[in-house]
Design a binder for this molecule. Sequence first.
Ligand code: NI
Length: 401
Amino acid sequence: MSSPTLTPDALIPSLLASAESLAPQVIAWRRHLHRHPELSFEEHATAQYVYDVLVALPGLELSRPTATSVVARLRGALPGRTIAVRADMDALPIHEENDTPYRSTKPGVMHACGHDGHTSILLGLATVLAAARDRLHGEVRFIFQHAEELSPGGADALVDAGVMDGVDDVIGLHLWSSMPVGHIGLVAGPAMAAPDTFQCTITGRGGHAALPHDTIDPIAIGAQVVSALQQIVSRQVDPLEPAVLSVTQFIAGTAFNVIPNSAYLSGTVRTFDATLRRQIPERMDRLIRGICDGFGATCEFTYELGYRPVVNDAALTARLADLVSRTFGEHVLTPLRPVMGGEDFSAYQQRAPGVFAFVGAGNVARGITAAHHHPRFDIDEASLDVGLRYLVAATVELLGG
Ligand code: NI
């Protein structure tokens, strides 16, 4: 028995109805994962949970490219394109302060970025599409990625393992608590910054606080370094080019009457432009060395490149924006400005055109407003249904027909 070939426009409404009826299950998955968070590279129980859900679905070919990731392939009955859809699964070293029935059961570990939701949404997508295999064109690759939160991230390892081989387009999403639930945000072009990190140890000469002339004070020098670094973005970068340089740690000293030997600084730099990304560490190095030299101190400066910036394919973004407006209504589509946070979704975009979407998860009326990575972070679970329906529509649209 063969099913009639359906165009995406005909298939999407019936699959959206299946997605909607799956909403309680998606919430149940999310609550289980939220109760049992695991840190980056340690997602053993999470990956097993995902595997166990997937293995019960019809027609999926499962693999475990790394110890804590899972990839499922669904080959549709009809010829077509190959679309990869990615979710991240890791939690953060944060102690949850919410008092919900599904709060974290692990002290000091919490899904404070919504990755529990991403994983559940992708399980929902696999469930909906696996049941429709006989009507699907092409292949869908479901990538359950480990370790988004911790450099070097999990995405590069999965790309190296071949998960993007033969993929035509890749999509993913992030639940976003600063955007109201019910909205979907798409940014064409640069969407998330390259998050680089730096460390600097300034070594002077410690001594008695009352005899500063006998010391080389690394705190006073470090203060000059922090001030001078602020001038890079404000005075040396084109004001129309996004860049952030934040010093986030300044550690020195043990007592009020002792000038310490050394001071430790660290922080992060966020950029989109490749040239600027190369220039900023050169300028930092020159400035830090110059200041330390001038005061007779020495310094050790290290700079580590983080993920590449997330750059959404312009044509693909326009196509999905149009799809969102047509399928869910124009009011759902929310134009967004790029954000300076980073994401290793960018690794997949090196191999195929990709779009990373933001799905509103905040709800001011219900008090769901905490920022990502905050101990009171939560999502409005209605966002799971929005995210799932978005991925169902987008995947089927991109598979073609
Ligand atoms: Ni995140």
